[in-house]
Design a protein around this ligand. Structure first.
Ligand code: PA5
Length: 536
């Protein structure tokens, strides 16, 4: 066996060799030209951004557009998986009467759907209620602000954050802020803060904002959420130091029409403000001004977004179970949960749709996770996760179902090059004219089959392409599905006492006035607990 002796780096001869090598590399690098994207054509995502910046619209009202943009659910691998707790089509059919009853109650706004006195189903008819005038008014505010700023910061958490970020990332370039303003279609850079309290992340984001003229939308329905309020305090102070009283002009507050600290602040300081309707909870609010302001800032076509919601509202109003994707979706998930499945892996083959899976991670667990109920939603990006928890999905505990978010058409096509030597044996791909898009579809189709054989019931939701219309359709379908799920599980999906519990504990721990009694109780509880710590 040949062994290699490692020399210590302080050996003078080795230092000299390393040093020469370094210089040699620098010289070599200097000779290298930058990579040119010859043969790739223009990035279609950028073309879409530029078109949107010019206010050029997709023909979302035409028949052919609507026909080409239908979301489908494929249940081929959902039934009769080879394991004891498999589902059958019969399980779903047995549920139809209960699902239709829930559907009827939802339409009539009956049942356990109130937060206090308010029925929280305002999202249901919202697509019909949004007026052209409202959208035009909102856009005139955002375009005026957009002209004056370099960067836009959206502050919020949970439902006041995830839907905006998901839609923004789904429809824009992955490195949006690094593109020129022209390639962003004239939109400012877009940032999100307030979704966590990590000072390093916060500081890094502030570094990116250094020297830029910023506009802010602070979003909080309650107006009292700690993370959002602290983020706003810091950003507001920096803006005040830079622009004094003027800074109020660059601040938008999106909050309740009369309650909460943020409403008071907005009224006192004269911020431009938008209202979150009483009867729509955070995670159902992406079509309200919570979502629309940030999306308009990024030049996303909000009329098209509304049209997608409207179309899915029309589709999901039907009482014909098998023609109603929201009802089918709800029934399948409920049947799976009843059979002991308690994890739903939501996997996508599209980086752009991964944040949409994260939006689902909020919508479903925050609505279903009551009284010991509900599926844990685990967002996954494939292929990446196939080389990680993919092993668990294939062969771990059989308590999993899987939902694929399959993007049918990516913006761009990338061909796989022929290679002279073909050492990796992949020349058959270009020979058959198969490109990266073809492979990326197999990243869903392959696991769907393999996981089915491994005992994981799975469905594929195919999203035609990255458009505001398709996201609107998808969001509405999921909102309706989770509402039905609440009726089936027998609890109110529109409240979140668990989230409120953590907020209360945080307020008490940080010593917020008004929470003294709870802080005392917490301190006593914690004192009584046995300390178990392991130190390395
Ligand atoms: O869906 C929800 O209701 C929550 O996730 C809220 O959106 C989240 O807690 C943020 O609340 P607020 O908008 O009151 O700051």
């Amino acid at each position: 066996m040949r062994t290699v002796e490692l020399k210590p780096v302080h050996d003078a001869k080795w230092v000299a060799i390393l040093f020469r090598g370094y210089h040699h590399n620098v010289e070599k690098e200097a000779e290298m030209k930058g990579i040119e994207l010859t043969g790739l054509g223009e990035n279609a995502t950028i073309i879409h951004q530029v078109r949107r910046g010019r206010n050029e619209k997709n023909p979302f009202e035409t028949e052919s557009f609507i026909k080409n943009n239908k979301i489908s659910i494929d249940l081929t691998y959902m039934f009769d998986t080879p394991e004891e707790t498999s589902l059958s089509k019969g399980d779903i059919e047995a549920l139809i009467p209960r699902v239709l009853e829930a559907h009827k109650m939802l339409k009539k706004e009956e049942g356990d759907i109130r937060d206090g006195d308010i029925p929280m189903t305002g999202w249901q008819n919202l697509p019909e209620e949004i007026t052209v005038e409202h959208l035009a008014g909102l856009k005139s505010v955002t375009s005026e602000l957009s002209r004056e700023i370099d960067a836009f910061v959206s502050l919020g958490i949970g439902g006041s954050y995830l839907g905006i970020e998901a839609t923004f990332r789904a429809l824009t370039h992955n490195y949006f802020n690094q593109l020129s303003r022209e390639k962003r279609g004239g939109a400012p850079e877009i940032y999100f803060l307030g979704q966590n309290m990590d000072p390093d992340y916060f500081r890094d984001t502030l570094d990116m904002l250094e020297g830029k003229r910023i506009g802010v939308n602070v979003i909080s329905k309650s107006g009292t959420t700690t993370e959002t309020a602290i983020a706003f305090r810091i950003v507001r102070q920096l803006m005040g130091r830079n622009w004094g009283e003027q800074s109020s002009r660059f601040i938008i507050a999106t909050t309740d029409k009369e309650k909460g600290a943020l409403r008071r602040l907005a009224d006192n300081k004269g911020y431009h403000s938008f209202v979150i309707p009483d009867n729509i909870g955070g995670r159902f609010s992406v079509l309200t001004d919570v979502g629309l302001v940030g999306l308009a800032m990024a030049n996303i076509d909000i009329e098209e977004f509304v049209a997608g919601f409207k179309r899915m509202r029309d589709v999901t109003v039907t009482d014909d179970f098998w023609q109603n994707p929201a009802l089918v979706h709800a029934a399948v998930r409920y049947a799976a949960w009843s059979k002991g499945k308690n994890i739903e892996v939501v996997a996508t083959n599209s980086n752009s749709l991964y944040p949409v899976a994260r939006w689902m991670e909020q919508l479903f667990p925050e609505s279903e996770g009551h009284r010991g109920h509900g599926l844990w939603v685990s967002p996954s990006l494939y292929s990446e996760k196939l080389h990680a928890n993919g092993q668990m999905v294939q062969d771990g505990e059989r308590n999993i179902i899987e939902t694929f978010l399959l993007l049918r058409d990516h913006d761009n096509r990338i061909e796989i090059p022929r290679d002279q030597e073909d050492l990796d044996g992949l020349n058959f791909l270009p020979a058959k004219g198969l490109d990266m898009n073809f492979i990326n579809r197999k990243v869903v189709e392959g696991p769907a089959y393999a996981h089915y054989l491994g005992g994981v019931p799975n469905m594929t939701i195919e999203i035609p392409n990255r458009s505001a219309y398709n996201l609107g359709q998808f969001y509405y379908m999921m909102e309706r599905s989770v509402a039905i799920s609440g009726y089936l599980l027998g609890h109110n999906p529109f409240i979140q006492p668990g989230v409120e519990a953590y907020k209360k504990a945080m307020f008490s721990l940080v010593g917020k006035p008004g929470f003294e009694d709870n802080a005392k109780k917490m301190a006593e509880d914690i004192k009584r607990m046995e300390r178990i710590e392991v130190h390395a």
